[in-house]
Design a protein around this ligand. Structure first.
Ligand code: FAD
Length: 310
């Protein structure tokens, strides 16, 4: 049976997390189909059809699907799920909002945060903040899986030529209403898609210092900005910058941690980064245990020096 990936998109383009999810789906065996459910989402459906390895795109278009409301989107997924052995979502805020509803409606157990597809029915997933890996086997007829995107390379966004099939859109379930979105505009790369991340901790001391010290470094490197939870809780950085167990899971090419102690909950969100640079004035800080390059220094002098040298 084929495997279904639920696309994350903005009706015009496909979001990067979908590409990693396609790679995970290919490892499940069977053809990979992608569901694009939205309103006026032909652009996203066409983009999905170009993803390498995708055999077919299901395109459901209707007003009820305009804003990805979980109640409607889960009904749409369930409407097509009977034809599939696996239904995969990226383990993003959106995917985690919908997948449990789909699993409940299908009366199966959800497999959360898969980092490896061992075989069609066996998966690996981290727990205890990534300190242990569970091997999970499922006998359910449909496997509903959220995929930790950092565990899988992104499939190529182009090179495929899948057929696009229209499927009937579900009616509005009437259980939720879209009110509005407040989206912070930023020229920076999105945190989970960034190749370089400059992250700051409580040591920064204020949002002004975040801007004054870390922004120039991020600008020089074309990096996204991240933060520890302590920095976010203190109001030095916005919530959507939080990296870690209760924030975003990232694995960029380069992660620079300035004034971050390296608590286990922070490491859980960034320790798979390819190269980790830590700047901390405490030589005993746990961040140095995962760092490829450690600089024992005061960040308020080291970071401006780094910016000047770049
Ligand atoms: C259930 C739960 C979930 C959590 N989830 C997350 C999460 O998702 N993400 C997360 O980050 N945390 C999370 N935490 C919090 C986590 O335990 C830590 O409290 C937090 O990560 C600490 O942030 P920090 O390193 O910025 O601050 P601190 O622990 O206060 O560390 C500051 C560091 O800065 C260094 N420093 C101070 N001044 C300077 C200077 N001038 N120059 C250089 N270095 C300096 C210090 O030596 C220290 O190492 C969670 C906790 C719990 C209980």
């Amino acid at each position: 049976m084929p495997v279904l990936v639920i696309a994350e998109h903005d009706n015009a383009t496909i979001k990067g997390a979908t590409l990693n999810t396609v790679t995970a789906a290919l490892a499940c065996g069977g053809d990979v189909h992608v569901l694009v459910a939205g309103e006026n989402a032909a652009g996203a459906a066409q983009a999905a059809a170009q993803i390498a390895g995708v055999a077919k795109v299901l395109h459901a278009d209707g007003a009820a699907l305009a804003h990805g409301l979980a109640e409607n989107l889960s009904a749409q997924v369930v409407a097509v799920a009977k034809d599939y052995s696996h239904v995969l979502f990226p383990s993003t805020a959106g995917g985690k909002n919908v997948a449990p509803r789909v699993a409940a409606l299908l009366d199966v157990a959800q497999i959360s945060d898969a980092t490896k597809i061992v075989s069609a029915d066996t998966f690996e997933r981290p727990f205890y903040a990534g300190n242990a890996i569970a091997t999970v086997q499922s006998a359910d007829p449909v496997k509903v899986i959220t995929v930790r995107t950092t565990g899988f390379d992104a499939a190529a966004a182009t090179g495929g030529s899948a057929a696009i099939e229209s499927v009937p859109a579900v009616a509005d379930a009437g259980l939720s209403v879209y009110v509005g979105s407040e989206i912070a505009a930023s020229d920076r790369p999105e945190l989970t898609a960034a190749k370089i991340i400059v992250s700051g901790g409580r040591a920064l001391g204020s949002s002004d210092k975040f801007n004054e010290v870390l922004l120039p470094l991020a600008d020089k490197l074309g990096a996204a900005l991240g933060a520890s939870r302590a920095a976010v809780d203190a109001g030095y950085a916005p919530n959507d910058w939080q990296v870690g167990q209760t924030g975003k899971i990232v694995a960029p090419q380069l992660y620079i941690a300035a004034g971050i102690s390296g608590a286990i909950q922070h490491l859980a969100g960034m320790k798979d980064s390819k190269v980790i640079v830590a700047i901390n004035k405490d030589p005993e800080a746990p961040i140095f245990s995962v760092a490829d390059y450690g600089l024992e220094a005061d960040l308020f002098t080291a970071v401006p020096e780094l910016v000047a040298a770049l």
